[in-house]
Design a protein around this ligand. Structure first.
Ligand SMILES: Nc1ncnc2c1ncn2[C@@H]1O[C@H](COP(=O)(O)OP(=O)(O)O)[C@@H](O)[C@H]1O
Ligand SMILES: [Mg+2]
Length: 319
């Protein structure tokens, strides 16, 4: 087994997705990193920056199915998992599967739903199965959640507890398009090449079938990380627990996530081995949603990304 096929698929998937999504190169890369390492991701971005279109397009390009759940204050766990309904004809109960039974799930505005519904989704993310009336149902092998959140200051939000946020490998920040990208979007919207028609037209080709993802994920394990780099990575995560401005640092899951993300980023760059820069590049999206600053430092205007950069500057890069 080697990593050639993996690197080829990652390149093709980026190319096909880029036919629909204008710009957003880092975003597409990070979404593919979550998918090909078997993890989940938080997506942050104002309305209309193509969060939904991104996940729908990736599902199409990776031959997988897609579902979207709009989280609302009255959403119940059974609305996402499904329920057993009594079937009169067959005189027995049968399961009506909920939208969670899919490969790529977009959980929109997850922090608008109450804690018990949030934890029904987060439990499924962790265990890759759901229990309905004491029966356990396995979710598809490619089950991947992309969750969006409303900014905390929005009315009626139930902030995700730290322990729950820790279950997301990385946070993907989608900025509004640059001027030239928005010009391209405007031109496309006026032709038959609007993003949606492109997706529906067959121009965008699936590069694999859903069942191929499992094997490609295994190839990720072949990407080499030498011991000095593993120690370097561990020191970065541990530094978040002692940095003077940090109230809550990152836990051991962050170490695991950063290892997987750095390997995937190396493969995305066509290499079979990890470099220090891979670790530095992935430190931001992997650590950002896991850190809480001390209020006094936040008041002074310090931000989490700045603190992560400070830590990266403080720790010596192994030769
Ligand atoms: N970078 C982009 N590339 C292509 N289309 C885009 C881009 N940004 C916005 N759009 C357009 O804006 C629409 C809104 O996207 P949508 O996925 O619904 O946004 P969100 O889920 O972030 O609110 C899309 O359907 C698409 O036509
Ligand atoms: Mg949307």
């Amino acid at each position: 087994m080697n990593t050639e096929r993996l690197k080829e698929v990652l390149t093709q998937a980026r190319h096909e997705t880029g036919k629909v999504i204008i710009g957003q190169h880092d975003v597409i890369e990070r979404a593919l990193i979550a998918i090909f390492t078997g993890n989940h991701a938080l997506i942050e971005g104002v309305p209309g920056v193509a969060k939904t279109l991104l996940v729908r397009t990736l599902a199409h390009v990776l031959g997988s199915d897609f579902a979207r759940i709009q989280f609302t204050p009255d959403l119940m766990p059974a609305d996402i998992t499904g329920t057993n309904v009594f079937n009169l004809q067959r005189n027995e109960f049968s399961l009506i599967k909920g939208p969670i039974f899919t490969s790529f799930l977009l959980a929109d505005e997850i922090n608008r739903a109450p804690a018990k519904t949030q934890s029904a989704l987060l439990q499924a993310m962790q265990e890759r199965c759901v229990t309905i009336d004491r029966d356990t149902h396995t979710l598809p092998a490619n089950f991947t959640v992309f969750a969006t959140q409303n900014p905390i200051e929005y009315e009626g939000t139930y902030p995700l507890p730290e322990a729950q946020k820790d279950r997301f490998m990385l946070k993907i920040v989608m900025q509004s398009p640059a001027r030239d990208e928005e010009l391209t979007l405007a031109q496309r919207t006026m032709t038959k090449e609007s993003p949606e028609t492109l997706l529906a037209s067959g121009v965008v080709k699936p590069v694999i079938q859903a069942e191929d993802i499992t094997l490609l994920r295994e190839q990720m394990g072949l990407i080499v990380m030498r011991d000095e780099l593993t120690a370097y990575l561990v020191d970065i995560v541990r530094a978040t627990r002692t940095h003077e401005s940090i109230l809550v640092g990152a836990g051991p899951r962050a170490t695991q996530s950063l290892i997987m993300a750095a390997r995937a980023f190396a493969a995305m760059s066509g290499r079979d081995f990890v470099t220090p820069d891979d670790i530095k590049t992935m430190a931001q999206p992997v650590l950002e949603h896991r850190l809480i600053l001390r209020p006094e430092f936040e008041i002074e205007g310090l931000s989490v990304p700045e603190v992560i950069q400070q830590i990266l500057q403080q720790i010596a890069v192994p030769r």
